[in-house]
Design a protein around this ligand. Structure first.
Ligand code: SF4
Length: 132
């Protein structure tokens, strides 16, 4: 079973092959493959993506001074938008069906200020969501 945190349930849909380093990207590709068949349990903490992130220190994001707090806030917002909760189990396909419903609000709130915007813009699904 995959363990994923709230904001990854949205952002991962727009993965375009870019990431911090090779192990991180390879792990993302593996998670995308596994997500087709495996159930996902939602966590409020570091998840199967975070474990390969070079900025993970202990269980916390050390990307910058406020990163861990900001990411936890993103997780909460994502789960609120998706109407999901921690420890709940869900499939990737079910989450994907919600993305068109939540994308505009998510985009307006987070994407414009996000360091990964240029990478997500390369995703066909991201462009499809923007055209709606
Ligand atoms: S631009 Fe940032 S916030 Fe928006 S979907 Fe991509 S990673 Fe998530």
């Amino acid at each position: 079973m995959l363990i994923l945190r709230g904001h990854h349930l949205i952002c991962l849909h727009f993965f375009s092959g870019e990431g911090y380093d090779t192990p991180f990207v390879e792990n993302l590709r593996d998670i995308m493959k596994r997500a087709k068949d495996e159930e996902i349990e939602i966590t409020s903490d570091a998840d199967n993506i975070c474990v390969k992130c070079p900025y993970l220190k202990g269980h916390k994001c050390a990307y910058d001074e406020n990163a861990d707090e900001e990411i936890k806030e993103m997780d909460k917002t994502a789960l609120k938008f998706l109407n999901l909760g921690t420890r709940q189990k869900i499939t990737w396909q079910t989450v994907k069906e919600y993305i068109p419903v939540v994308f505009q609000e998510w985009h307006d709130r987070y994407c414009n200020e996000c360091n990964w915007k240029q990478a997500c813009k390369k995703s066909d699904f991201y462009q499809e969501m923007k055209r709606r």
